[in-house]
Design a protein around this ligand. Structure first.
Ligand code: HEM
Length: 141
C-alpha cells in the first residue's frame, strides 16, 4: 500500500462517515448473505456491534498513513477475534463484504484507483491480523 493509496482510502472513508450506520447495516447484511454460517457468531442485537465496527474502522483508516501507530491495536483486535471464533479463511469474506459495501455506498465515487487502494489496505491489515492471531504460516496461505 502506497502513501497515495492510504490517502485515497482516508478520503473515500470520509464520504462514508455521514452514512456510517447504514453502511454498517449493509456490511453485515452482505456478510451474512455470502457467509450465512458466521451469523450465529454475532449477537442478535447488532446495534452496538455496528457502532464498534465503524469506530474501529475509523481508527484504522486514520492510522494508515502512520501504520506503526495502529499495529498494536490491530494485533489485540485480531487476538480477541480468535475467541469470537474467527478463522483465517473468514478474513477474505469480510474483506469482500467490506469492499462491496464501499462500492455501493460511494456509488460513482468508487473508482478503480479507490478499489485498488482499499484492496491493498485490507490485504495489509488482514495479513497482519492473521499472522498476529494464527502465526506466519497461516497468513501466507
Ligand atoms: C479487519 C477486519 C475486522 C475488523 C476491523 C473487525 C472489527 C470488529 C470490532 C471492532 C468488534 C467489536 C469487539 C472488539 O473490539 O473486540 C468485532 C467483533 C466481532 N467480530 Fe470482527 N472485525 C474484523 C474481522 C472479523 C472476521 C474475519 C470475523 C469472522 C467471522 C469477525 C467476527 C466478529 C465477531 C463474531 C465479533 C464479536 C461479536 C460479539 O460477540 O460481540 N470479525 N469485530
Amino acid at each position: 500500500m502506497t502513501p497515495e493509496q492510504a490517502a485515497l482510502v482516508q478520503q473515500s472513508f470520509a464520504n462514508v462517515a455521514p452514512i456510517s450506520d447504514q453502511a454498517a447495516m449493509m456490511f453485515y447484511d452482505r456478510l451474512f448473505e455470502i457467509a450465512p454460517s458466521v451469523k450465529a457468531m454475532f449477537p442478535s442485537d447488532m446495534t452496538e456491534q455496528r457502532k464498534k465496527l465503524m469506530a474501529t474502522l475509523a481508527v484504522v483508516v486514520n492510522g494508515l498513513s502512520k501504520l506503526d501507530s495502529v499495529l498494536p491495536a490491530a494485533s489485540a483486535l485480531a487476538k480477541r477475534h480468535v475467541s469470537y471464533g474467527a478463522k483465517p479463511e473468514h478474513y477474505p469474506v469480510v474483506g469482500s463484504a467490506l469492499l462491496w459495501t464501499l462500492e455501493k455506498g460511494l456509488g460513482a465515487g468508487w473508482t478503480p484507483d479507490i478499489a485498488d487502494a482499499w484492496g491493498a489496505a485490507y490485504a495489509t491489515l488482514s495479513g497482519f491480523m492473521i499472522s498476529e492471531a494464527y502465526g506466519q504460516a497461516q497468513a501466507a496461505e
